[in-house]
Design a protein around this ligand. Sequence first.
Ligand SMILES: Cc1cc2nc3c(=O)[nH]c(=O)nc-3n(C[C@H](O)[C@H](O)[C@H](O)COP(=O)(O)OP(=O)(O)OC[C@H]3O[C@@H](n4cnc5c(N)ncnc54)[C@H](O)[C@@H]3O)c2cc1C
Ligand code: FES
Length: 285
Amino acid sequence: MVTIPVPEVAATPGFLVPEPFVVRRLTRETQDTFTLTVASHGGGDTSFVPGQFSMLWSYGVGEVPISISGDPAEHDCLSYTIRSVGAATQALVGRRAGETIGVRGPFGHGWPLAEARGRDVLIVAGGIGLAPLRGVIYHVLRNRRDYGRLILLYGSRSPKDLLYRKELAAWARLPDTQALVTVDYGGLNWHGRVGVVTTLFKYARLHPERTTAMVCGPEIMMRFVIRELRAGGFAREDIHLSLERNMRCGSGFCGHCQWGPWFICKDGPVFRYDRIRPLVDRHEL
Ligand SMILES: Cc1cc2nc3c(=O)[nH]c(=O)nc-3n(C[C@H](O)[C@H](O)[C@H](O)COP(=O)(O)OP(=O)(O)OC[C@H]3O[C@@H](n4cnc5c(N)ncnc54)[C@H](O)[C@@H]3O)c2cc1C
Ligand code: FES
């Protein structure tokens, strides 16, 4: 019998074995979306790069990939913004303070914060896609002198689906920052912009030659955003996308998330557009 060697790191808690984390708080964002803040039982360091994700385990139910949506400057807790769509996510948002979940990770490559230094940062997000980008906003605002202007274009289905409403309002008032929001369907009490996220481009003051674009949202939305960015003069290498696939191990072992030559969990989830373009342009994202 051939024995396949398993790297020692695979057996350490947090890599292939979930580590127990205790729920500190659960904040309601919308009707079906909550932000869960957890801390390691052992009080360990929780450093991460915005754009990375964890595998969150609800005991007895299942394990799912969820992006880290908190502030990378906090090293004693992790936050996740979770839309309750099925068994595992429902179980996670049903946790109360003091209860335990399992956490593996952080996994994957995050957003190019170092590359974007000295440049403007454009964030284009759709729906829950703002969650993996919130850490970028915190980072840029905390290190204001390292970056140029911050431009956020955010679209959601309806006003009641908007995430982080108070923060959106606060960001919109900051100097050197443009935070523009639109919804697909406004309803009677909505006085803001209506239309898909690409309709916001005409209000954004953009300098493509000195801007790094970071995009996350439904795949169809990302396609249209890429088109808009390219038409507006953005180079392919200045566009970064976060992709999703079903995942199991989260760390390049099982092949579940394979996409052409890449494993989304290990080589992504954030990719530079010029590197994945042949696949993006040939197949569905
Ligand atoms: C890298 C990565 C980061 C993610 N970050 C977040 C996040 O920050 N917040 C968040 O709420 N969700 C995030 N997701 C999606 C999340 O993992 C799925 O919603 C979750 O796996 C659904 O599991 P479930 O058991 O609750 O529902 P299931 O019963 O598995 O699915 C319920 C419904 O959701 C659909 N679904 C399941 N998985 C996905 C998926 N990956 N993409 C689109 N539709 C899906 C199913 O087709 C089904 O219609 C992320 C996924 C990936 C790969
Ligand atoms: S989830 Fe196992 S290889 Fe990516």
